[in-house]
Design a protein around this ligand. Structure first.
Ligand code: HGY
Ligand code: MN
Ligand code: MN
Ligand code: MN
Length: 411
């Protein structure tokens, strides 16, 4: 297989230029979904994609589709892409590397003057992070039919701001239908966001699938009362109960290796130093590569909540808000990534995605896989998230060649 190169310096420069939008003083990026900064990043990406000769379409949930025509426009595109929105303390690479690696593929096709039979399409998916508007992977989830357009447009953030209104406000409430999308194949390039490639000394992760997730909202209701006059045995303290639940989430995950359990969001009311907390709202995020184990974790969580209610008198309302079972990717797409890594002589290993990715939902309707590259100390969702130009070049070159094997170069 002939291995085509990409332009490392140009890819790295585009990452650094995009990182200026929402740059934080610790070297990260904060571009929460559908904020003005997300808009700025989207606008810059569209400008670059148009300069590279792409046709741009925006769909009803704000997904951006940049398409380089093929010689046979009746054929479904070979696609790639990822997301531009970030966590509040996001890094420079999560999501945006996959979008700009796709742009570099287009730019490199132009450099090599390659014509492909299938169109090449780069997607930017709306609200992959699920931080401002929960759950995650909304743009790809609507297109794959996991969510309805209406339920997603009506989601609100903690301030009651409606997602659909934000789409209108930033000018990304597109006309393109969210249904009927098709790809010959789809690949997402992403930093691993975990420690395994670096620990094994591998440059490329050949992603064979994604682990499953269960997200919950939890509301704990105790009784506010005076911190100085209420004897300890007469308290119904929602926060001490929540702390037992948080430790239970941790022990449920460690009892079901390699499962993960996280409480990342919490509100304490009335949040006053000398009033016993009466109401807690918090999140729970459970993950596991096997669905059976994810069910065991779910059942253990519910049993613990029952026990805590009986023990403390605190009322605990658990609301499941999101679930998807572990997702296997497409064998031919997995092979295309592995063969491209071999042709480019990059060390590689198979790996399961620990994070959720838009590719997981695209695999509902198209043959899909992912290309992972290492990140320093496996740290992500953190402003210090870091990788190198060489690692980005490797991921993008593997993406380029994997896509070409599917897109059929016109002789
Ligand atoms: O939560 C995740 O796995 C992804 O970063 N949205
Ligand atoms: Mn991501
Ligand atoms: Mn992320
Ligand atoms: Mn993603």
């Amino acid at each position: 297989m002939q291995a085509y190169t990409i332009n490392k310096a140009r890819l790295w420069q585009s990452l650094m230029d995009m990182a200026k939008i929402g740059a934080t003083d610790k070297g990260g990026c904060c571009r929460l979904a559908l904020t003005d900064l997300d808009k700025q990043a989207r606008d810059l990406y569209i400008q670059w994609a148009k300069e590279a000769g792409c046709d741009i379409k925006i769909d009803q949930v704000g997904n951006i589709r940049a398409t380089r025509p093929g010689t046979d426009s009746t054929l479904p595109p070979v696609g790639t892409g990822s997301h531009l929105d970030t966590q509040p303390t996001g890094g420079k690479f999560d999501g945006v590397f996959g979008v700009l690696a796709g742009l570099e593929v287009i730019r490199s096709l132009n450099d090599h003057q390659i014509k492909t039979r299938h169109p090449i399409e780069i997607s930017v998916w709306t609200n992959e992070e699920g931080s401002r508007f929960a759950p995650a992977m909304m743009g790809s989830g609507v297109v794959s039919g996991r969510f309805t357009l209406e339920e997603i447009l009506n989601k609100t953030d903690v301030n009651g701001v409606r997602l659909g209104d934000e789409l209108e406000r930033i000018g990304y409430a597109g006309a393109e239908p969210v249904t009927g999308r098709a790809y010959k194949a789809f690949f997402e390039t992403h930093i691993e966001q975990g420690p395994y490639l670096e620990a094994e000394g591998k440059m490329i992760g050949v992603v064979t699938g994604g682990q499953g997730q269960r997200w919950y909202d939890v509301e704990l209701t105790g009784q506010e009362s005076h911190a100085g006059t209420t004897p300890m045995h007469l308290r119904t303290d929602a926060l001490t109960c929540a702390s037992s639940l948080i430790l239970a989430v941790q022990s449920i995950a460690t009892a079901n290796k390699p499962g993960c359990g996280t409480v990342g969001y919490m509100q304490v009311l009335p949040n006053s130093r000398n009033t016993i907390p009466g109401k807690i709202t918090m999140s729970i995020d459970l993950r596991h590569p096997e669905d059976r184990a994810l069910t065991v974790m779910d059942e253990a969580l519910k049993a613990k909540i029952e026990a805590l209610e009986a023990e403390t008198g605190v009322k605990i309302a658990l609301t499941p808000i999101w679930y998807y079972a572990p997702i296997p990717f497409d064998p031919d797409c997995i092979d295309a990534v592995r063969e491209a890594a071999k042709a480019l002589d990059y060390s590689h290993m198979d790996i399961i995605a620990g994070a959720g990715h838009d590719a997981c939902y695209v695999s509902d309707f198209a043959p899909t896989s992912m290309v992972f590259t290492p990140c320093l100390n496996g740290i992500s969702h953190n402003e210090i998230e870091s990788t190198t130009a060489e690692e980005c070049e490797a991921g993008c070159a593997v993406l380029f060649n994997a896509m070409l094997t599917l897109a059929q170069i016109e002789a």
